[in-house]
Design a protein around this ligand. Sequence first.
Ligand code: DX5
Ligand code: ZN
Length: 219
Amino acid sequence: MIRICPSILNANFDDLPGEIEKVASTADLIHLDVMDNIFVPNFTFTPERTIEIIEFSALPIDLHLMVAEVDKKVSEYCSQNTVSVTVHFEACQDPLQTLKDIRSLGKRSGLAIKPDTPIEVVQELLQEIDMIVVMTVEPGFGGQSFMSSMMPKVEKARRYLEQRGLNDVWLQIDGGISSSTIKIARRAGADTFVAGSAVYGSENPGNMVEKLRLLASGS
Ligand code: DX5
Ligand code: ZN
């Protein structure tokens, strides 16, 4: 199963309900990037604003927390309409416990790794992971180029999941996904795709989501 998750990072922040509406009939989840200007050199939303967005969103939320010392902060950003919460391995003191905490909030637990972090770190956390997120840009900004050099990490992650029979774990790619890169990521084994500027920079965001889905599905 393919999932397309438009990121609203490069959408019009003055009309987020309207921007989300544009992809509501074609996308699976809205990818919401929370940045604290500490873990990454950019700021997006406070916990209060994050919850407002989650609550008015016409689609369920895939929350990507780019927040330092995130272990004890997850619940501040959580609200009902959230399906999945991703924290960064690099921002956790105790990743295993934090992933468990996300599950006990009733959400899918995501673990993201930055480009310099080896995929091997996920191995001993797999029992608490519902989604592995391989970053194909340095986190912080939309519109950067896709790092195809990350594909061996994606392939390895796919092998870990296959070897352990973890068929319900999603494998997400975040950064630089477009109509010219999505097939590369799919071929490496990803099934869940974040796309920000490719979707919101296009004339018709809803149609672009469909196009990305068709490309990933191989048609
Ligand atoms: C980057 C964010 C991404 C970003 C993707 O730190 O995590 O989700 O919005 O944007 P594009 O698709 O433009 O690379
Ligand atoms: Zn993201």
